[in-house]
Structure formats: structure tokens, C-alpha cells
Write a protein that binds this ligand. Structure first.
Ligand code: AKG
Ligand code: FE2
Length: 274
């Protein structure tokens, strides 16, 4: 993964937001409210009260017949498709590398995860957060993205320079800014990695709120537009996620019932989008 890979994906992603014709897998503002809740009624209430103020585009593995990608016309968005497919592959390769490092860290064979994560069941999400009056964003329960953990193994997050991403410190429970660092990738552990590792690696609660205020007019504080790209890495849909052999022992019982990737992710998505 080089800066050039990231920059070209970011550039195409920006152009796509400027040209609504090129949108695919489009999720409009107000459609989603990410949360830790898995209760569909509670999520529906939260969404009605304080929807996430964002829009997004979703890109999956391109050969999936069930969840088909909808690409823009090449003439509307030249090289958009190829750039995103290349970026998808680069992110997949990085996931394999990081999972190998995690395997070694957990006293497993370096290649332990390789065949459990090789079907590219990932999701590349391009995110656009439009400009918004800062006082609206600071209202109770309102955020660009509400507090949640991601579902898979790891999320590779590419943010721009605007800021607002916060992660919860699991010891103090306080949120702290994950301030943008040029050329860096934020790597979040997700729920399936937490379940797999019996919480040795915990999934990170995070949210996107108003960044440090910047006045653009005399009278109104406007939070500027923000764009990010999140690559949600998943194990293969059929992989059973049950406590890893090195993560339980006497006095350290497995905390979670086995579940397949597909069961877990479909369950969370159904609760979110019902
Ligand atoms: O935009 C960001 O920085 C974070 C987005 C996010 O957490 C998500 O889409 O799950
Ligand atoms: Fe997230």
C-alpha cells in the first residue's frame, strides 16, 4: 500500500461525490444510524431522532452474484471502477499481512488465518459527510456517525484532514480524538476479531463528531465537509468464528458462542436497515 494507491482512490471517491450520476450502492443521508444496539425497534427510534449525517457508497467483491456492484458508466466516471477494484485488492492484501502479524502475536502459525480470509468478503465504503452547522451537530445524540464498533476482523480507515473521528479508551471509557495524520491508516479491531480472540483483541468503539470548530462566517460555525474511505475486512462468509486455540484455558473460558461470519454480519445488518 503506497500513498499513490490511497491518493488515487481518494481522488476518484471525491469526484464521485461531485457527480451524483456516478453513485452506486448509494445510502442516502438519514438512512443509517450506526449504534451498538442490536434491537431493531431501538435503532429505528434512534434513526428517527438523530440519523447519522452522512451519505455513503458500498463496494463489495466484484464477482459476487448475490450482492452485485453497480458501477457508474465509464463515460460518467472515467477509471472509477478500475481504481476502486485496484484499491480493493490492495486493501485485501494488507488485511492478509496484518492478520499474519496478529497470528504471530497470538502464538498461532503465521498462516493460520490465510485460508479463512481468502475469499475477499469485504466491503469498501466511501463516505461523504456534507457541511453542517456545528450547533446542529452538537445537539444531543447527533453525530456524523454515532458510537459503534465495526463487525468484521479489522477496518482500514483512510480519513481526510478534517478530523472528528474519536475512539473510546476501554479503560477510562472516555473518547479521545484519532486526529488525522497524513499518510496514515487507522486500523480498528472489529467484533468478529474480538469474538475469535476471546476479547484478547477488543473491538474499538468509535464515532465521528464535530471536529474542533472552525469559523467560516461571522455568525455561524460550519463544520466543513469530510470524506473518508473505510475498508471493512471480513473472514470468509462460511468461516466459523469460535474461540482461537490460544485464547482460552483454565480460568479463561470462551465468552462467545460460535457463529459464522455470514450469520453475524447479516444479523447486524438486518437490525440496522430494517
Ligand atoms: O468516517 C469515519 O472516519 C468512520 C466511519 C465509520 O466508522 C464507519 O463507517 O463504520
Ligand atoms: Fe465504524
Amino acid at each position: 500500500m503506497t500513498d499513490a494507491n490511497i491518493d488515487s482512490a481518494r481522488l476518484k471517491s471525491q469526484l464521485a461525490w461531485e457527480d451524483p450520476r456516478s453513485n452506486r450502492g448509494y445510502v442516502q443521508i438519514g438512512r443509517e444510524r450506526v449504534t451498538q444496539s442490536s434491537d431493531a425497534n431501538e435503532i429505528a427510534k434512534l434513526r428517527a431522532k438523530a440519523p447519522d449525517f452522512k451519505e455513503s457508497m458500498e463496494i463489495g467483491r466484484d464477482w459476487d452474484e448475490t450482492w452485485k456492484n453497480q458501477w457508474p458508466q465509464e463515460s460518467d466516471a472515467p477509471r472509477f471502477k478500475q481504481t476502486m477494484l485496484d484499491f480493493y485488492q490492495t486493501c485485501h492484501d494488507l488485511h492478509v499481512h496484518v492478520m499474519r502479524a496478529i497470528a504471530l502475536g497470538l502464538d498461532l502459525e503465521e498462516t493460520y488465518f490465510d485460508h479463512k480470509i481468502d475469499e475477499q468478503c469485504h466491503n469498501l465504503r466511501l463516505l461523504s459527510y456534507p457541511p453542517i452547522r456545528t450547533d446542529l451537530l452538537r445537539q444531543d445524540g447527533q453525530a456524523r456517525a454515532g458510537a459503534h464498533s465495526d463487525y468484521g476482523t479489522l477496518t482500514l480507515l483512510f480519513q481526510d484532514s478534517v478530523g472528528g473521528l474519536e475512539v473510546q479508551n476501554p479503560h477510562t471509557m472516555e473518547y479521545q480524538a484519532a486526529s488525522p495524520i497524513p499518510g496514515s491508516i487507522v486500523v480498528n479491531a472489529g467484533d468478529l476479531l474480538a469474538r475469535w480472540s476471546n476479547d484478547v483483541l477488543r473491538s474499538t468503539l468509535h464515532r465521528v463528531v464535530a471536529p474542533p470548530a472552525r469559523k467560516v462566517s461571522e455568525t455561524e460555525g460550519i463544520t466543513p465537509a469530510r470524506q473518508s474511505m473505510a475498508f471493512f475486512c471480513n473472514p470468509n462468509f462460511s468461516t466459523e468464528i469460535s474461540c482461537l486455540p490460544t485464547c482460552s484455558g483454565p480460568g479463561k473460558e470462551p465468552k462467545y458462542a460460535p457463529v459464522t461470519t455470514e450469520q453475524y454480519i447479516v444479523g447486524r445488518l438486518q437490525a440496522t436497515y430494517i
